[in-house]
Design a binder for this molecule. Structure first.
Ligand code: PLP
Length: 456
């Protein structure tokens, strides 16, 4: 059999892909009809495809390539670690240097009082850990009835049965027997779509108070934890009104509900701080991490937990773990990624220079006739496409049709911008320069214009 390489014609690669490769969150028929775009290489913020196009990746892969593509230091660390100790686990009274070093570094970076890490292979696995950890914590504290975890509609916490249940994606819940028991969902702080005549501040407060209502309805002795992304990502980059998080924090404190901040997207500089919790001013008990932890160069996730939770969990045996928890190669690569983020001042530069620059350009898109709202925090942003800005109307066609057209125009213009319904979202590598931001905006405007023209 001939080797399959980047040098094969695109159509041949696409045919083989359609024949054998099942894609996540994709309709197989569409892959068979159109063929998937074949990505062959990448450098900085640019992807290359098999037809030689240079595509600006305004999504950093799946929100993860924070330090950008092509950092050979990470490849070298991986190769060195593979030669030295390619694999060992940390079950049954063993450990290794990459696990020790990475957990120590994460404890330094995390908010005060969060000095312990349980590793996983992904964000989904880490959130599954969290489900078991918070329920075990309350069991061990002698409060076994505290089992319910409250989350939000349109949240995304992963795709395993547990983490998909925590998430609030109705399309996911419709398949495969989710949600599991004792997960409860409240409303999301999406003012544009659901705020009606309320001010954003009143709406944010109202949505936060749904947590208190749920706790009171179920009884505080049944509720274990509340989980949320500091800024919803896959739901459409929904930045909560300023009143939202302070009220959530007040309620969690009042009723002794653990607060799990899902930092899988927001962590490691995406919001201009090491963690989105800092940007939003919250004090979580657990933070879910993945993606930017290794900039996607290796699959790794984890849960950073408070000293209080670690003390309780460590007092017994936590019957949980994955073969690839604390994988030495993934841990070594993550550590090198954290070194680069820190020593090159990448997060400081985002906060002080490039994110303010992107914000000014992104908000100027409001002048476009299709754009009704522009949200942005650090290096994650959304615009909402609307036929009528003043009434915040949605398009009459199926929700998402216009967003889909816009996304396809972006692809044609060599820009990866994703759509969630009729929201267009970006999350570029943190190393994007001002010149590259200009290119991103130029390609976005061209795509918006072309999308607008198709609607006339
Ligand atoms: N949590 C959040 C907030 C995410 O955005 C994601 C993935 O997009 C996950 C969890 C799941 O992470 P993974 O895909 O690594 O399992």
């Amino acid at each position: 059999m001939n080797a399959i390489t980047n040098h094969m014609p695109t159509a041949e690669l696409q045919a083989l892909d359609a024949a054998h490769h099942m894609h996540p969150f994709t309709t197989g028929d569409e892959i068979a009809a159109k063929g998937a775009r074949v990505i062959t290489g990448a450098d900085g913020v640019m992807l290359r495809d098999s037809d030689g196009n240079q595509i600006l990746d305004a999504m950093a892969g799946l929100w993860c390539v924070n330090i950008g593509y092509g950092r050979h230091e990470l490849a070298e660390v991986a190769a060195r670690q593979m030669r030295e100790l390619p694999y060992y686990n940390t079950f049954f009274m063993t450990t290794h240097v990459p696990a020790i070093a990475l957990s120590q570094r994460l404890a330094e970076l995390a908010p005060e009082g969060m000095n312990h890490v349980f590793f996983a292979g992904s964000g989904s696995e880490a959130n599954d850990t969290n489900i078991r950890m918070v329920r075990t914590y309350w069991d061990m504290k002698g409060k076994p009835s505290k089992k319910v975890i409250i989350s939000r509609h349109n949240a995304y916490h992963g795709s395993s049965v547990g983490s998909g249940s925590l998430g609030g994606m109705s399309g996911m819940h419709a398949q495969g027997g989710m949600p599991i028991p004792d997960i409860h969902h409240i409303g999301q702080p999406n003012w544009w779509a659901e705020g009606g005549d309320m001010t954003p501040e009143d709406f944010g407060l109202m949505r936060a108070q749904e947590l208190e209502q749920a706790i009171n309805e179920m009884g505080e002795d049944r509720v274990a934890a509340f989980i949320a992304e500091p800024v919803q990502g896959a739901g459409g980059v929904i930045v909560p009104p300023s009143t939202y998080w302070p009220e959530i924090q007040r309620i969690c404190d009042k009723y002794e509900i653990l607060l799990i901040a899902d930092e899988v997207i927001c962590g490691f500089g995406r919001t201009g701080e090491w963690f989105g919790s800092t940007t939003m001013g919250i004090r979580p008990d657990i933070m879910t991490i993945a993606k930017g932890l290794s900039s996607g160069y290796q699959p790794i996730g984890g849960s950073i937990v408070s000293d209080e939770i670690a003390t309780v969990i460590n007092s017994g045996e936590f019957n949980h773990g994955y073969t690839y928890s604390s994988h030495p190669v993934a841990s070594a690569v993550a550590l090198e990624n954290l070194r680069i983020l820190d020593e090159e001042g990448i997060i400081t530069k985002v906060r002080e220079t490039t994110a303010p620059y992107l914000k000014s350009k992104w908000e100027a898109l409001l002048d476009h006739p299709l754009v009704g709202e522009a949200n942005i925090v650090g290096m994650m942003g959304s615009i909402v496409l609307t036929p009528h800005k003043e009434s915040r109307a949605a398009f009459k066609s199926d929700v998402g049709t216009v967003g889909y057209i816009c996304r396809e125009r972006c692809f044609a213009n060599n820009l990866v911008m994703r759509h969630v319904g009729d929201r267009m979202i970006i999350s570029p590598p943190l190393v994007i320069t001002e010149g590259e931001i200009d290119t991103l905006i130029e390609r976005a405007v061209k795509s918006l214009d072309e999308c607008h023209a198709t609607l006339k």
